[in-house]
Design a protein around this ligand. Structure first.
Ligand SMILES: Cc1cc2nc3c(=O)[nH]c(=O)nc-3n(C[C@H](O)[C@H](O)[C@H](O)COP(=O)(O)OP(=O)(O)OC[C@H]3O[C@@H](n4cnc5c(N)ncnc54)[C@H](O)[C@@H]3O)c2cc1C
Length: 602
């Protein structure tokens, strides 16, 4: 998902400012090429800017560790607009404001280096927000352009409905585009084609019910399981999503039912974006839905505000809330999660939930989130995942210890087991203890989750002075002192673990022998914080098996539907790997298909 941009060249010299404008307020630069760097979301963004005597001629992104899915548009749109307008005062890309600001800061630096006037180039012409009110109508209006919303829109349009979709960001995709693209697909044609014969709907239902702590709402889970195969076939055949060569088990799935779409979540959403562009679905991008329109206790559409201030009032026979989850809204989560860290995007702000509740909708399972054990808190309350590095550390001699320096868990056990041990700590934190050899494995494998080598180095240099704690020291005494641990206890822990390695048996916690091949050896030593992290919320609007939203009196709110992470109850208190994207697609698909049938029958 993350990649380095080596040459995105925008040499748009033909688009330079009109001559008259230049004559009036002519900028001046020392011609040449200048390199500038600014801090982005995942690390530095480095650009090269070429100036002529009186113009910005070209902007080239030399390198970046930003998440491509979210930031491609930034690197495309902002340089183009800066060159077109010969101005630094261009709009940020909604949904990628940190990277937008980094690019603008780097350009300002380049202008300074070229002896240009940053202040003059930053002066934005006063622009009053639009007061226009646009009224539109359609059979269906969808709020949210992730996999749930786009599945609803495409399935309905395929069967003849007119559809309008509002997306608050400048790009489609939501959390789905950031996801690994893991999707469970029991009953899908691809499962048969790849020779998987031992899966059944009942097995899938049982795995999910068990993994969700027996909390899934049975009729919703059944609806999901019964339809995930057909919706997967549709995603492949109609949407055009690319497929892997094999299916895997992954996590608590007892058989091979998890497919990974080609290009992961980003590839999946590229397929959706390409498909929707070929249809009559009207996309209102950069447009945030703000409230539902109602009449006689029925929902009759939605109101939205575009970035330029235009208000859209959209009337529809059906309104679908598919705005994703509410993980970015800590205030909606229970106190017990206060030391857990969020690794999702700010787009998961519970908008659909709030709009639904305003018209009386009930909610379910609001305290349930999907937890993983390997977060580091890089900003207050905000996580990066060390999943790739942490998993690799178990192939070396990495162990998990508490602040006292004691081992507390089989590091290779289920994530829920490790999270339970984290939850038992006062600050929900365990530490990954590594010698130099294991740290090398960890750092080599860390990429892929938005942690650059530059970030790692900064965290090491910081050596526990602030979060995230990447304590390091030449000796056990040194590293233990950083986290306030007792070096003697830590040494005892290491000796005991090493004795288990010699015997090939973990007598304390049962770590598998395959993951006990190396003893903890030479320093320097490292203690990296590991906190429970979450992105996906599992609660949300209460729905029935028609995907209609239910009010606090248990009645259907006519005209209102919900899909994906906005709709709660199906996954229970934990989500089996691949179940979230699968649910988003299946629930969206079902809404689209059901409504098309229903409305055409009227
Ligand atoms: C890093 C990461 C990895 C993951 N990996 C996996 C995985 O491999 N497999 C899996 O099953 N699950 C995974 N998940 C979870 C999964 O991505 C989500 O559960 C799923 O994609 C939700 O889909 P959705 O369509 O409901 O929401 P989203 O995909 O989040 O889409 C919601 C959309 O609504 C828009 N929106 C919000 N409010 C408004 C508004 N007011 N007006 C207009 N638009 C609005 C948002 O901008 C967004 O585009 C992962 C999540 C993360 C963060």
């Amino acid at each position: 998902m993350k990649k380095r941009f080596l040459s995105l060249v925008l040499a748009l010299s033909l688009l330079l400012v009109p001559v008259a404008m230049v004559a009036e307020n002519k900028p001046s630069f020392e011609p040449g090429k200048y390199v500038a760097v600014a801090a982005g979301h995942n690390g530095s963004v480095e650009i090269e800017v070429e100036f002529s005597q009186d113009a910005i001629v070209a902007i080239k992104v030399l390198s970046s560790d930003e998440t491509a899915t979210l930031t491609n548009l930034v690197f495309e749109r902002i340089p183009q607009q800066m060159i077109e307008k010969q101005s630094l005062a261009v709009d940020s890309v909604t949904g990628a404001t940190v990277t937008s600001s980094a690019l603008k800061a780097a350009l300002a630096d380049a202008v300074t280096q070229a002896k240009g006037d940053v202040k003059a180039l930053s002066a934005a012409p006063a622009k009053a927000p639009s007061t226009e009110v646009v009224e539109l109508s359609a059979d269906m209006v969808v709020v949210g352009g992730g996999s749930a919303g786009l599945s609803a829109a495409l399935a309905a349009e395929q069967d003849g409905l007119s559809v309008i979709l509002l997306e608050k960001n400048a790009m489609l995709g939501g959390h789905t585009a950031l996801s690994g693209g893991f999707t469970i697909a029991t009953g899908a044609r691809v499962q048969r084609e790849l020779g998987v014969t031992d899966d059944t709907f009942q097995k899938c239902y049982d795995d999910m019910m068990k993994n969700g702590g027996d909390q899934s709402i049975p009729e919703l889970l059944k609806l999901y399981v019964d339809n995930m195969g057909v919706s997967t076939d549709w995603t492949i055949d109609y949407v055009g999503a690319g497929l892997p060569e094999k299916l895997t088990k992954v996590g608590e799935n007892s058989v091979d039912r998890v497919l990974i779409y080609k290009g992961a979540g980003a590839g999946l959403m590229d397929a959706y974006a390409a498909k929707v562009a070929q249809t009559t679905v009207q996309l209102l991008m950069d447009t945030r839905a703000t409230k539902l329109l109602t009449q006689d206790n029925e929902v009759i559409g939605v109101e939205g505000k575009a970035k330029d201030g235009t208000t859209y009032q959209i009337k529809a026979k059906a309104t679908v809330l598919a705005t994703g989850g509410y993980g970015a809204r800590r205030d909606l989560l229970p106190e017990s999660l206060k030391n857990y860290v969020y690794y999702g995007a700010s787009l998961s702000s519970g908008d659909g939930l709030a709009m639904g509740q305003e018209v009386g909708a009930d909610t379910v399972h609001m305290g349930f989130v999907e937890l993983f054990e390997n977060g580091v808190e890089w900003l207050p309350g905000i996580a990066k995942s060390t999943y790739n590095g942490s998993m690799a550390a178990w192939t070396g001699s990495g162990i998990l210890v508490d602040r006292a320096g004691k081992r507390v868990v089989n590091e290779r056990s289920a994530g829920t087991n490790i999270v339970a041990q984290q939850a038992a700590q006062p600050d929900a934190t365990l530490f990954l203890l590594m010698d130099q050899a294991t740290y090398d494995i960890f750092s080599n494998k860390i990429s892929g989750t938005g942690i650059s080598q530059e970030m790692l180095q900064n965290w090491l240099d910081n050596n526990g002075k602030s979060s995230p704690v990447f304590a390091n020291g030449k000796t056990i005494e040194e590293v233990a002192a950083v986290i306030g641990s007792d070096a003697a206890v830590l040494k005892e822990t290491i000796e005991r673990y090493n004795s288990f390695v010699e015997k090939g048996v973990d007598e304390d916690f049962g770590r598998p022998a395959d993951y006990m091949k190396a003893k903890i050896g030479e320093g320097p030593y490292y203690l990296v914080e590991q906190k429970p992290r979450y992105a996906t919320t599992l609660g949300g609007l209460k729905i029935n098996t028609e995907l209609q939203v239910i009010n606090v009196d248990g009645e259907v709110i006519k005209g209102l539907y919900s899909a994906g992470d906005t709709a709660g109850g199906v996954r229970g208190n934990d989500s089996i790997p691949g179940a979230d994207v699968g649910w988003a697609i299946t629930s969206g698909y079902l809404i689209g298909k059901n409504l098309a049938k229903e409305l055409k029958a009227e």
